[in-house]
Design a protein around this ligand. Structure first.
Ligand SMILES: Nc1ncnc2c1ncn2[C@@H]1O[C@H](COP(=O)(O)OP(=O)(O)O)[C@@H](O)[C@H]1O
Ligand SMILES: C=C(OP(=O)(O)O)C(=O)O
Length: 284
């Protein structure tokens, strides 16, 4: 009998997990073995998000190989617009000290420059002596890095062309508008979260609001770079869509009367799979 290839075994496990979950949760693939890296594309095709588990990767392969693997995974996720989390030992010395080493600060910043959606603390906040300081420090490093003018260049350098499909076209169009107009926010009416993900993939630097009637989608979008999930009722018309979007932009604190808002949605409303509309509305 022929042995199953690792990629088949991995795909089978993911499909098994999906069958159990029945759409009630998303799947984050925790990549911790060289076999997973060999099957990266196949795993990404099946999962909703990815975690670079550097602790286990460091056990499974020499330490000097982990940085390149981390970058490869982040790049692959960025290309597909899949949320990616970089995890483990990011501020490790803060388990016992109130400040990190400068090398650790640099590690967090590197993940941000590479375009990670999320960075993760482990022992620092789970069992360390300075959990609050660790979270505050990570937040400060992320903010400082994103404020660096070079951050935009680094993200732009790693940007790959979007796919030839309507959600990607809408994401790209929203980004072009952001380049021309001074936008207060981008709003995506989304049932599955896909259109908010496509906007996030473009990393335009403008806050994204993921408006969804589904609680599960709102929760999943919390992981995605730049996306502020917002639960809303079903809208029935373009006027209502615009009104609710502008009200939400104000409610979330992004309003600026001089600036415009881009809204992506689909008609007929309330029908998944129909995103086909980009509206530019003025805040006032
Ligand atoms: N609050 C809402 N009210 C009415 N329609 C909504 C709402 N949220 C999402 N939709 C509709 O859901 C569809 C978006 O879903 P879909 O096209 O599947 O995109 P996505 O893949 O982003 O979920 C659009 O037709 C949009 O108008
Ligand atoms: C996050 C990791 O896994 P664990 O939770 O097993 O430490 C890791 O290995 O980096």
């Amino acid at each position: 009998m022929q042995r199953r290839r690792p990629v088949d075994a991995i795909k089978e496990s993911i499909l098994e997990a999906k069958a159990i979950i029945q759409g009630r949760a998303g799947i984050v693939a925790k990549l911790e073995k060289p076999a997973a890296i060999l099957s990266l594309e196949a795993i990404l095709a099946e999962t909703d998000a990815v975690m670079v588990a550097r602790g286990d990767l460091g056990v499974e392969m020499p330490a000097e190989q982990v940085p390149a693997i981390q970058k490869r995974i982040v790049r692959a996720c960025r290309r597909l617009g899949k949320p990616v989390i970089v995890a483990t030992q990011m501020l490790e010395s803060m388990v016992g000290a109130p400040v990190p080493t400068r090398a650790e600060a640099s590690d967090v910043a590197t993940a941000i420059y590479d375009g990670a959606d999320a960075v993760m603390l482990s022992a620092e906040s789970a069992s360390g002596k300075y959990p609050v300081e660790s979270v505050a420090m990570m937040d400060a490093i992320v903010r400082q890095t994103e404020a660096d003018p070079y951050y935009g260049d680094a993200i732009e350098a790693g940007h790959t062309p979007p796919g030839v499909n309507i959600p990607d076209a809408i994401g790209l169009a929203a980004r072009s508008v952001a380049g021309l107009l001074d936008l207060a926010a981008m709003v995506a009416y989304t049932s599955s979260g896909a259109s908010a993900l496509r906007m996030a993939r473009e990393r335009s630097g403008v806050p994204i609001i993921g408006m969804t009637p589904r609680r599960s989608t709102a929760r999943r979008l919390a992981l995605v770079w730049g996306v502020n999930p917002f639960l809303c009722h079903d809208v029935m018309s373009v006027d209502e869509m615009t009104e609710v979007a502008l009200k939400t932009v104000t409610q979330l604190g992004f309003a600026d009367p001089c600036r415009a808002v881009v809204i992506a949605a689909g008609m007929p409303f309330g029908t998944p799979g129909t995103t086909n509309l980009l509206r530019i509305a003025q805040m006032n």
